[in-house]
Design a protein around this ligand. Structure first.
Ligand code: ADP
Ligand code: DP6
Ligand code: CO
Length: 324
């Protein structure tokens, strides 16, 4: 009754930003992402009759707060599915900064779902595993797959048709992502709290929703055609629209730091100079830069010289969940 799984984070090119059901995590819009090989989580889950409660160790430290509750509630879903009531010991290692806008909740819950279901002997299809994973963290449902994945929002109240599907495998296109690390400290507003406040109070929110179908159509065409400009333009614009909704929230907020905008400008300057590059930003200050392999050197060099940049981490398209 023990299993270990590894899952990578993903960067959303069309963002998930808002829930229509917070309990079972149903989104207000479909989203699309690229799984990254550079950031991942490895999680072991052991169920045992000897345990009298759940335990969660993250990066070798016992966790007992809100993060523990999220894991324990998710284990309840797995137990329910398997018809078992055993407690579990969970040990997880994040090769990604936790809660800093690098999508640790995506790799974290994808690895937990895969290891947890395997440990209890459940044999789920990818769609079933993705729909279950979704209930731990929405973005995590896309990390079941490698390469490009779309989380289809679905229409069912019970969430059975809200899961991710593969769009193209990692081998389809060597689209690279440079993660510009500005801050690895925990963000003040979690993704969950940020999107909730935005849905409830931002007058710009409807504009965000209205823009999704066209962006989704464009990006799928771009991925299919391996058209870097098309994909980059849609992804960058979609990111800016998502972040714009937070400025309209009450109270207003932004995930950006001053250096976030410095990096955004550096990417625009690169384009002016004829180096194709586009940026996207999740719920945090750190910028992810999309580029093609032939420009890796100039991209890395340029980004490293920006004052305030702590590190650059380069990723290629990553694989889906694996069992160790
Ligand atoms: P991020 O940008 O890192 O995804 P979020 O606010 O979306 O930030 O989620 C961070 C939360 O995800 C953490 O506070 C924790 O509750 C959960 N999390 C992160 N890593 C793991 C992990 N390895 N296992 C279980 N839960 C995790
Ligand atoms: C901006 O999946 O972290 O990164 O479902 O509440 O756990 P919860 O939120 P989460 O939100 C991610 C938001 C985003 C965009 C994205 O990854 O699609
Ligand atoms: Co997250």
């Amino acid at each position: 009754m023990k299993a270990t799984a590894k899952a990578h984070t993903n960067i959303a090119l069309i963002k998930y930003w808002g829930k229509r059901n917070e309990g079972i995590i149903l989104p207000t819009n479909s989203s699309l992402s690229l799984t990254l090989d550079g950031f991942y989580t490895t999680t072991s889950v052991q169920f045992s009759e000897e345990y009298t409660n759940d335990q969660f160790m993250l990066n070798d430290k016992p966790v007992a707060d809100e993060q523990f509750k999220r894991v324990s509630s998710f284990l309840d879903l797995i137990r329910q599915k398997a018809g078992k009531s055993l407690y579990a010991a969970v040990e997880s290692t994040n090769e990604v900064p936790t809660a800093a806008g690098f999508a640790s909740s995506a790799s974290g819950f994808a690895a937990l779902a895969a290891a947890g279901t395997k440990a209890l002997g459940l044999d789920l299809s990818d769609k079933e595993l993705s729909a279950l994973t979704r209930q731990g963290s929405g973005s995590a449902c896309r990390s079941i797959y490698g390469g490009f994945a779309e989380w289809q929002m679905g229409t069912e109240e019970n969430g059975t048709d809200s899961y991710a599907v593969p769009i193209a495998p990692a081998e389809h296109w060597d689209l690279r992502v440079a993660a510009v690390v500005l801050s690895s400290t925990m963000k003040k507003v979690s993704s969950r709290a940020g999107m909730k406040r935005t849905v409830e109070t931002s007058p710009f929110y409807q504009g965000w929703l209205d823009s999704i179908p066209a962006d989704m159509k464009q990006i799928k065409e771009g991925i299919n055609e391996r058209d870097f400009e098309k994909v980059g333009e849609v992804a960058e614009a979609n990111c800016l629209k998502m972040h714009a909704t937070t400025l309209g929230a009450n109270p207003p907020f932004t995930y950006w730091h001053d250096t976030t905008m410095t990096v955004m400008q550096a990417v625009r300057d690169l384009r002016e100079k004829g180096v194709p590059a586009y940026f996207t930003i999740d719920a945090g200050p750190n910028v992810k830069v999309l580029y093609l392999p032939e420009n890796e050197e100039v991209i890395e060099k340029t980004l490293r010289t920006i004052p305030g940049v702590a590190d650059i981490r380069l990723s290629r398209p990553g694989q889906g969940v694996t069992y160790l």
